[in-house]
Design a protein around this ligand. Structure first.
Ligand code: ZN
Length: 298
């Protein structure tokens, strides 16, 4: 990766590595985002691109999109609709980069937080949750600060965790859009608060999950297996196993997170990055709904 250390090397590498069609897509996207986007790095495939502050990051996000493209072709036998993965950064003159990119023909625009921003969000939410819990216990301020620091240190995700999450979620989120566009090309969502298509929620989720890196799905299957075999610990130990194998219920129900606004990702400004919600593990009702939502993914 040392090759990418200077701006000059970046430019030369893009020119050699990117297909012409990707360069055209990059030019179109960066123009749509305005002059403040000019210094950003962009790379991709003829089907979609990734834009980020540096070429290593753009390349990584693009590879995740490319892996998703291949899986989409394998599973659905269709091409993916034109897409952009845009790392979420402030761009002067582009208050809604998602809308600007959609306006020039990118049908799937995923605004994605940098790993640093993601860690910052986790840290802030973990600290707030730990402080609230410590206050409820009546601890003094010095003790509260110490407890919060401990909670943050214990919750800090490592680089591998962050990479694994991205390999799972980036293609998953792209896949939601590709799936709807491929099979309901004229579909206009009636409400902005649902991400999926006109089909049932389970179908949207299965389509998106097929785009993920296999390790993430395998992790979820392990949890599912443990619950099914009655050897799951913690809050999962009391999960009703009958619900796991109730196929009519599964096929007929709304996504559990869609039905529970209190566990859905926080609302983000229009065109903002994919949201996140940290649930206080001291709230047993919310935890039950979170687990139910987690187990919704087969
Ligand atoms: Zn999904």
């Amino acid at each position: 990766m040392f090759r990418f250390h200077t701006t000059l090397a970046c430019g030369a590498t893009i020119a050699l590595a990117s297909p012409v069609a990707a360069d055209d897509l990059c030019a179109k996207a960066l123009t749509a985002l305005g002059t403040s986007a000019a210094p950003l790095a962009c790379t991709g495939t003829p089907a979609g691109i990734a834009i980020a502050p540096d070429i290593e990051r753009a390349d990584r996000l693009s590879r995740l999109g490319e892996a998703g493209e291949a899986r989409f072709k394998t599973y659905f036998g269709r091409d993916t609709s034109p897409y952009v993965v845009l790392e979420a950064i402030e761009l002067a003159g582009a208050p809604n980069p998602k809308a600007a990119l959609e306006a020039v023909g990118f049908e799937r625009v995923l605004v994605w937080s940098s790993q640093e921003d993601h860690v910052r969000q986790i840290t802030a939410a973990t600290r707030a949750s730990a402080v609230a819990a410590a206050r409820r216990q009546g601890l003094d301020e010095t003790k509260i600060a110490a407890v919060a620091d401990q909670a943050v240190a214990a919750r800090r995700p490592g680089r591998l965790t962050l990479d694994a999450r991205e390999a799972q979620v980036v293609p998953h989120e792209l896949g939601h859009g590709w799936f709807v566009k491929a099979f309901w090309p004229d579909y206009q969502p009636a409400a902005q608060d649902h991400y999926g298509g006109p089909g049932p929620d389970w179908l949207d989720e299965i389509a998106a999950m097929l785009m993920e890196d296999g390790d993430g799905a395998e992790e979820r299957r392990k949890v599912f297996r443990a619950v099914y075999q009655g050897r799951a610990g913690g809050a999962l130990s009391t999960f009703p196993v009958a619900n796991l194998i109730d196929l009519p219920r599964f096929l007929g129900r709304e996504h559990p997170a869609q039905a529970s606004p209190d566990i859905r990702p926080d609302d983000m400004p229009a065109g903002g990055p994919v949201g996140m919600r940290i649930i206080d593990s001291n709230d047993p009702e919310a935890m039950t709904r979170v687990l139910e939502a987690a187990l919704y993914y087969p």
